[in-house]
Design a protein around this ligand. Sequence first.
Ligand code: UDX
Length: 443
Amino acid sequence: MKIGIMGTGYVGLVHGAVLSSYGFQVTCMDVDVDKIKHLQDGNSPIYEPGLEELLRHSLRDGLLTFTTSPQQVIQESDVIFIAVGTPAKEDGGADLSYVRDVIQQIATYINGYKVIVCKSTMPVGTSRRIATYLDTLLTDRRSDFRADVVSNPEFLRQGKAVTDALSPSRVIIGTESSQAKETLQTIYQVHIQHHVPFLYTNLETAEMIKYASNSFLAVKISFINELALVSEKVGANIQDIATGMGLDERISPHFLQAGPGYGGSCFPKDTQAMLDIGEKNDEDLYIIRAAIAANEKQMKSMINKISEALSVNGTLQGKTIAIWGLSFKPETDDIRYAPSFEIIKGLLQQGAMVNVFCPQGMEQAKRMWSDFNNRIHYCQSEAASAQDADAIVLMTEWHQFRAHNWPMIAKTMRGNAFFDLRNMFTTDVQVREQFQYYSVGSS
Ligand code: UDX
C-alpha cells in the first residue's frame, strides 16, 4: 500500500515520517519548492525533537519521497492524507481554501480507488462536504473512479510530536466505508498490536472529538489560571491546589499547571473555531467562550503583575526587562499565538525596553514580529539578556533555564525582580534568596 501526504506542516511531516518508519512507501507533497528541496536533503523546516533523524533514516532507506507534484502523489498513492493548513479567518472560522485545492487536484488526477483521510483539523461537517464535493466533481467529469473519505484527527503535541505519533493515546477513525476502515486498520496495524484504543465513529463525531479534546484542555488551563489569580490574593498555593485536585483520578493532575495563559497553533485556533461552529448552529458555547476570555485576561494579569512591581509614576519608562523564552512551550521553535508576544507588547506599550532570549524561537520571532524588530533586543543567551536589566520574566519553561549561577546573574542586573510565570522555581531556595521573586498563584 502506498501513502501520499498533502501538506508538509507539523502534522503532515511528522505523520509521513512516522508512517515511512513502519515500512510504508510514503510520498509527501507541498507547494513550497524551497521547503521540498530542504526536505529532500533531509533537513526539517521545523525544530521537533527526533524528526530530522527519522526523516534522514527513511530517505536513506528509500521509503520517503518529497515532491511538489500533486499529480505524482495522487496517482502513486492508494491512501491520501490531507494535512494542509486550515488557518483561522478573521471571523474565527477556518479557511478551507487549501483543502478545496487538494480535492480539485484529486478529482483531476484520480486513477483508481482512493481513500482520502482528513488529518488537518477541520470544522465539523467538512469531511462529509469533501466527500460530496469530490463525488460531484467525479460525476461531472464522468470519472470511473471513486474515493472514500475518513476523518482521522491527529492529537500530537509539539515538542513531543514524534513520540506522540509513534505511540498515540488513541486512534479515532470516522468513516462509513468498511473498505476505508480496513485500509486504516492496515496502516495502523502497529498500534493495534500495541493495544492502543481504537474508536470507530461517523465523520462528524471524529471531527468533534478533536475540537472537544482541545477545547476541554483549554478550559482546564483557564480554570486553574483563574484560580491562581484568587489564590495569590487569599494566600493559597495553586501548585498544591492542583496536586490536591489531581489526586482525584476523575480530575487528573494533567493540564493544571498555572501559567501566563495557553498559546500555540491549536488551542487558540480550535477554541475559536468551536465557538464559530456553535454560532453557526445557534448555540452559544458559554464555557468555551469563558475559557478564551479567561486566557486573554490571564495574559493581561501577567502584564499588570510586572507593571505593578516595577513601574514608577505609572510608567515602565527607563526599565529594562529580560524575557526568557519566546516559544509557546519548550522544545519547539513555534511562536504562533505565544503569550510571550502579548506580554512583550504590553510591556513595550508601557515604555519598557525589552531584551529577549529563546533557545529556538528567535529566528521565527524576528520574522513574524518584524514590525517590532527595532524595539525588541535579541540576545545571545539568557544571561546576556539579564545584563543591566531590572527584571527577568520567565515565559517558557525551557530546561536550560533551570541551572544557573544565580548570584552571578543577579550581580550583572540593575534590579532584582524575577517573574517566574511558569512556576519553575517556587521551591528553589537560591532563586528566592537572590531575587525579589514572583510566581503565578502563590505568594
Ligand atoms: C495541543 C494538544 O495537547 C494536542 O493534543 C493537539 O493535537 C494540539 O494541541 P500543543 O499545542 O502542542 O498540543 O501543546 P500543549 O502541550 O497541549 O500546550 C498548549 C499550551 O497550553 C501551551 O502554551 C502550554 O504552555 C499551555 N499549558 C499546558 C499550560 O499553560 N498549562 C498546562 O497545564 C498545560
